[in-house]
Design a protein. Structure first.
Length: 154
């Protein structure tokens, strides 16, 4: 029963950022991804997944979304006069965290590897912002593939 309260902390933090009109900042977008993906936590537990495994799945999604958010912001800022270095830092930190978690046994991180692969491909290729529709659909495909892998193997 109390597991349903866990995602509310992320939602409350996001609500605070919305009240401050900071939801469109990098922190706001990353927190939104974590809060929205947090809904999977109590649902997974209700579906008989162990709380630790549900927490790993939530963390995997949140890190994947943080990396893709950083990649999109990096692509957009790469075509501006002042690049957003925090976007690149977000990608590095979230990817390093996922790799460390995988190294220490959180195999669920491998399930969301399509998100990380798409994000890093975008960051390296840096398509023009006019191509953001294609970028968006690429990320949707990576998300669907990650979800399918997670559902099949978790």
């Amino acid at each position: 029963m109390l597991y349903g309260l866990v995602p509310l902390t992320g939602a409350a933090a996001l609500g605070w950022l919305v009240l401050r009109h900071e939801e469109k900042t990098l922190a706001g977008e990353v927190l939104a991804g974590a809060a929205i993906s947090g809904v999977c936590f109590p649902i997974a537990i209700a579906g008989a997944l162990e709380p630790a495994a549900a927490g790993e799945a939530w963390t995997a999604w949140a890190l994947g979304f943080a990396t893709t958010t950083g990649a999109v912001r990096w692509v957009i800022s790469a075509h501006k006069k002042s690049p957003e270095h925090t976007a690149g830092a977000t990608m590095l930190v979230s990817t390093a965290t996922a790799i460390a978690m995988w190294f220490f046994g959180a195999t669920v991180m491998a399930m969301v590897s399509p998100l990380f692969a798409a994000a890093w491909a975008l960051a390296l290729v840096r398509p023009h912002p006019k191509r953001l529709r294609t970028v968006g659909w690429t990320l949707v495909a990576a998300t669907v593939l990650s979800g399918a892998l997670l559902a099949a193997f978790a």
